[in-house]
Design a protein. Structure first.
Length: 167
């Protein structure tokens, strides 16, 4: 039985094959909370669509993939035991293989998060309602220890990096 359907997409560049690719994830939510996916990749170079492995890392949350360092990235939610989990799932555009980006320690408390790209780097905006917003940036892709944060006090109304401009 279907509960809801939605489409997630992404666009990026495959440097090794000199190819632009569009990724479309068709998601069907079931009444029990599970998500079934079908993922297709369009190659501009070959003008073809192909089906690749399903998105099996939870439910994708953002509507478009964020491109950084040769991969598309999506926020994804899931359940681990009795608790909710949040991950960043990557899709390498050369090999078309999924992976997970190790998250930094965001600290204590409930927060809302948005996955973005800031100055070409994978970034997460964490909004702690009523207190502060933190911007986490992975300065060296794939290096967990390169996550760094700048806290912005009383900035809980920022909803996306698209509204921020460099000083």
């Amino acid at each position: 039985m279907r509960y809801g359907c939605f489409i997630i997409y992404g666009f990026g560049y495959d440097l090794c094959n000199d190819d632009y690719k569009v990724v479309v994830i068709f998601c069907v939510l079931r009444s029990g909370g599970s998500c079934e996916t079908e993922v297709k990749v369009y190659s501009l170079r070959t003008d073809t669509w192909r089906r690749i492995g399903d998105f099996c890392h939870g439910i994708p949350l953002n509507d478009s993939g964020r491109y950084a360092s040769g991969s598309l990235h999506w926020s994804a939610s899931g359940v681990q035991g009795s608790s909710y989990s949040w991950d960043i799932v990557s899709l390498d555009l050369v090999n078309e293989v999924y992976g997970k980006v190790v998250l930094p320690n965001f600290g204590e408390g409930r927060f809302d998060s948005t996955l973005e790209i800031l100055r070409g780097c994978l970034s997460v905006l964490c909004i702690f309602p009523g207190t502060r917003s933190d911007i986490w940036v992975m300065t060296e892709y794939g290096q967990t220890e390169s996550w760094s944060s700048d806290a912005t006090e009383c900035c809980q109304f920022v909803v996306s990096f698209q509204y921020l401009t460099p000083a």
